[in-house]
Ligand binder design. Structure first.
Ligand SMILES: NC(=O)C1=CN([C@@H]2O[C@H](COP(=O)(O)OP(=O)(O)OC[C@H]3O[C@@H](n4cnc5c(N)ncnc54)[C@H](OP(=O)(O)O)[C@@H]3O)[C@@H](O)[C@H]2O)C=CC1
Ligand SMILES: CC(C)(CO)C(=O)C(=O)O
Length: 350
């Protein structure tokens, strides 16, 4: 690819802003355009800049005037009538992704436009392909938590490498991400990576229902037990479907992780030091959704396990009840205040 790529980040929220700030900091590598809500851009304007700090403590700051911001894909097309993005990175929530794909239909038959679905859950790329039949759609995986610590300032709060598909354009994109300061790998097994990530994301509901940051959640045995039960159900269903998730803990077989999580505190806190060495401010995207009174992605997390289970005749009662608990709290418009024991009780596990 000789020409400097045009990258559209569709969904300027936590991930889109963190990614967008890093890419905008490398104008020689790519030209980046952020699509988001006008209300957010107005707050950015008053903050004067968009900035992002990585786990290593490096901060990139982009003055507001240097940002390319649009409140819709239409607005981008009006400003750049003859530009077709080389990449469109979709960083919206899964519940709104269908609307984002509809906005992209104008490029739906353009094989030179690569859409990268960078969202939690599995099957995001399949859903995109259903709408954008002629586009090149690649899967992506965003591994770490991003928090907003000040208006327009985003920080990496947990670890891991971003993954993109091992395709020709995926490799180029991974190189751009790396050069912009975002550790990125390519994988020929994005399916395994995304099903592995889904197992991690089964804890999102627990952080959101308890209102606990990840470190405290992991330090609470009852909260870990809820995650372990969800993960055991998921692993049984994966096995029945021939799905081989890529493990998120190197050297620890996935089948052991539910046992590890269920250990009493005195053992877990000694054995899981790496899991626990996380920024104490790290939460989850679902925690943030409930905190802001927004609908969550629960249907794409525990809900996905329930759906897969139904398809192969295996019940997932714990995941199903967790979906119900999250929906109850969603209706109340704030974070949950349940303890781990209360959740175990509601799930009829004690
Ligand atoms: N936050 C995190 O730490 C992590 C998040 N993820 C995943 O990454 C994905 C993105 O999450 P996150 O960044 O937290 O989400 P956010 O809700 O913070 O960001 C998405 C933004 O895009 C906006 N948006 C949605 N649709 C459109 C559209 N069609 N045009 C313009 N703007 C639009 C949303 O506005 P509105 O709210 O008004 O719809 C919102 O401001 C999710 O799948 C999440 O699970 C993965 C790992 C960590
Ligand atoms: C924080 C992390 C990485 C795990 O829960 C995540 O994917 C999320 O917040 O959605």
């Amino acid at each position: 690819m000789s020409k400097k790529p045009t990258i559209m980040v569709l969904g300027a929220g936590f991930i889109g802003s963190y990614l967008g700030a890093h890419l905008a900091n490398k104008p020689d590598l790519c030209s980046v355009h952020l699509i988001g809500r006008q209300s957010y851009f107005t707050t950015l304007q008053s903050a004067g800049s968009l900035s992002a700090t990585s786990q290593s403590g490096t901060t990139v700051t982009i003055p507001y005037e240097k940002l390319n911001l649009y409140d819709s894909v239409d607005a981008f097309c009006t400003a750049h009538p003859n530009v077709h993005p080389t990449y469109i990175i979709v960083t919206v929530k899964r519940i709104t992704a269908h609307r984002a794909y509809a906005d992209l239909k104008r490029w739906g038959e353009n094989p030179n436009v690569t859409v990268v679905t960078m969202m939690n859950g599995v099957r995001a790329a399949d859903e995109a392909r259903d709408v954008l039949k002629g586009c090149d759609v690649n899967e992506g995986m965003w591994p770490f938590n991003v928090i907003e610590t000040d208006t327009g300032h985003f920080e990496q709060a947990s670890g891991g490498d971003v993954f993109v598909e091992d395709s020709e354009k995926g490799r180029v994109l991974a190189g751009i991400f790396r050069e912009s300061g975002i550790p990125t790998q390519v994988s020929a097994d994005m399916h395994g990576i995304l099903y592995g990530k889904l197992l991690i994301n089964l804890h999102n509901a627990i952080s959101a229902l308890t209102g606990l940051p990840i470190q405290q959640e992991l330090s609470t045995r009852s909260a870990r037990q809820v995650w372990a039960h969800c993960m055991s159900e998921a692993l049984d269903i994966y096995r029945a479907n021939g799905i081989n998730p890529v493990s998120f803990l190197p050297h620890v077989p996935l089948s052991i992780i539910p046992y590890l999580l269920s250990l009493p505190n005195f053992l877990f806190l000694r054995l899981a030091t790496r899991m626990l060495s996380i920024d104490p401010r790290a939460t989850s995207s679902m925690y943030e959704d409930l905190r802001k009174g927004r609908p969550t992605e629960i249907e794409y997390l525990q809900g996905e396990i329930v759906r897969m289970g139904r398809e192969c005749g295996i019940a997932a009662p714990v995941c199903e009840r967790v979906v119900g608990l999250v929906k109850d709290v969603e209706g109340k418009g704030g974070l949950g205040n349940l303890t781990g024991e209360m959740i175990l009780d509601a799930l009829e596990l004690i």
